[in-house]
Design a protein around this ligand. Structure first.
Ligand code: TXA
Ligand code: MG
Length: 385
């Protein structure tokens, strides 16, 4: 396939022809690099390529090219004060983007890279200031997905890549999700099948003392604590106020928290409490919504779906299963896809179950709380509903 270099001076609103390229992630690494040479050319010419990572799909641009990175913000409709993660393929590449590599960073890299941990470090000159939103730190990670690895290697560049969704929408875990959001805005989508983990990387700031998890993600905080016992977790504002733009400690430390995130089109209500109480309350609320003429989407686990009798929920309710409560990795993996499925069914309102916050459950609950944007039904606080 011959591809023209895109015009990197384009403001990104001019429609572009989006090429979808399917690759087999199980191909040998060198074959993948060859298959991805046209995608790498696009990146080198200042274009935008969406690609799978082990967490979610990313929207890549050359991290050293300010104009290319600026197009990422336009294509996503992303606020410019929200910096991007730089993706690298080997430890040597780290020196090119950060001002120094402290021992802590090396220990973390050895333990978790390649993988879903993003480390915030002092930035080095040469990284486009658009990447860091003008700040003096840069967030870096080495993804473990073979397609992401091969693309970075083939391009020979550090790749700045936010999640490949329209800003504020649930992150994409499949190429179809990226297509739905970004077709006509970016040059290429590399389809390497579903992303595995399903929630984004853990963002860990080690420029602060103590080190701070700014965003829970694919690497559990418990695992980081084994390497860094003093690590803290930034309060995630369970009321959703941060997602609405509150200027509290969280948003000041983590620019991403200033903005509404992970939001499906339909309002999402999150039920919190003992599982049995949640099951009852969700069914009861579903009936009330249906009586009011609304189509309800249920974002629930396989266990809840099995427990909820057909008689207890309205006929018109649409069920999207996240995964099994007994296997939180499956819930993480299915969460955003389930939200997007309910949206595409055109439901008027979503009712979502909550989960334990151990391991990757912390990231799942963080995304659900932020999707709800303050719409919490807390059976602990307000009694059984
Ligand atoms: O798994 C992931 O992290 C995915 C894949 C594509 O790698 N990427 C991703 O990027 O989720 P994005 O842009 O959707 O989220 C990046 C988060 C944002 O909350 C942003 O504010 C934060 O990382 N971030 C980026 N640079 C930062 C910095 N220098 N200091 C603090 N937070 C930073
Ligand atoms: Mg994102």
């Amino acid at each position: 396939m011959t591809l023209m270099c895109c015009d990197s001076s384009s403001n990104g609103l001019t429609p572009v022809n989006t090429v979808r390229m399917v690759v087999d992630p199980t191909s040998p690494p060198l074959d993948l690099e060859i298959q991805l040479s046209s995608a790498a050319d696009i990146l080198r010419c200042g274009g935008l390529v969406a690609f799978p990572t082990e967490t979610v799909y990313g929207l890549g641009a050359n991290a050293l090219d300010g104009q290319a990175v600026a197009r990422v913000f336009v294509a996503k409709g992303r606020p410019q004060d929200n910096p991007l993660i730089v993706h690298i393929a080997c430890l040597d590449d780290l020196q090119a983007v950060v001002a120094g590599v402290p021992d802590d960073a090396l220990a973390l890299a050895r333990a978790f890279w390649p993988g879903p941990l993003t480390i915030v470090l002092p930035v080095r000159g040469g990284v486009a200031r658009e990447v860091t939103a003008g700040g003096d730190t840069v967030a870096v990670r080495m993804p473990s997905h073979p397609v992401a690895m091969a693309l970075i290697r083939a391009a020979g560049l550090p790749i700045a890549a936010p999640s490949a969704n329209i800003s504020g929408r649930p992150s994409p875990t499949r190429a179809d999700h990226v297509w739905a959001d970004l077709a006509g805005r970016i040059e290429m989508i590399v389809d390497g099948g579903p992303a595995g983990i399903g929630v984004e990387s853990t963002v860990l700031d080690i420029t602060s003392s103590p080190p701070l998890v700014l965003r829970p993600g694919g690497v559990p905080v418990e695992a980081i604590r084994n390497i860094m016992p003093d690590v803290c977790v930034l309060p995630q504002h369970g009321t959703g106020s941060a997602a609405e733009g509150g200027e509290q400690e969280g948003p000041a430390r983590s620019p991403g928290l200033r903005h509404r995130h992970y939001a499906p089109r339909a309002p999402l209500w999150l039920f919190i409490g003992e599982w049995e109480d949640q099951v009852q309350a969700i069914a009861c609320r579903a009936r009330a919504e249906a009586e009011a003429g609304r189509v309800v989407g249920l974002l629930i686990s396989t266990e809840t779906a099995m427990t909820t009798s057909k008689a207890s929920i309205p006929d018109t309710a649409v069920i999207a299963q996240t995964g099994s409560r007994g296997r939180m990795a499956s819930v993480a993996s299915g969460l955003f896809d389930a939200m997007r499925r309910l949206d595409s069914e055109g439901v008027d309102v979503m009712l979502a179950e909550s989960y334990d916050t151990g391991g990757v459950g912390l990231a799942v609950m963080n995304r659900l709380v932020r999707s709800a944007g303050g719409r919490l039904v807390d059976m602990g606080r307000s009694g059984r509903k």
